[in-house]
Design a protein around this ligand. Sequence first.
Ligand SMILES: [Zn+2]
Length: 137
Amino acid sequence: MSDEDYEKLLDRAFSQLPTLSASKEDFVIPRADMLIQGSKTIIRNLYPIADKARRKPEDIARYISKELSVPVSIDEQRMTISGRFTQDELDAKIHKYFEIYVICKECHKPDTHLESADRGMYIVCEACGARYWVKGY
Ligand SMILES: [Zn+2]
């Protein structure tokens, strides 16, 4: 077989592979890309996390701040947390945020948005149409 034929064969093989879609079943809750600096913990991937959640970085920062009961700030897309926290502690909070405020409790898909409401918000699922109230933070 000539090189050319082989390449054609490869092309065909690749074109027949199922497209790798970002299917919702594959949705993975992101982990914190963190480092400790002195007495502070930095999350370097706040913006990618927010993108994935389709929420504002400030909202996620506020949630983590409240959960950890410490002040946080955002500077050049990095989130700085007062105090030293472990990877597990931060991942647990991020996980909880997604579970409560991002992933639909009916169909478990992350295609949701929030509508503000009395003492909390409604989660509106764009995948299955569910709409339910959750407590604010
Ligand atoms: Zn849903």
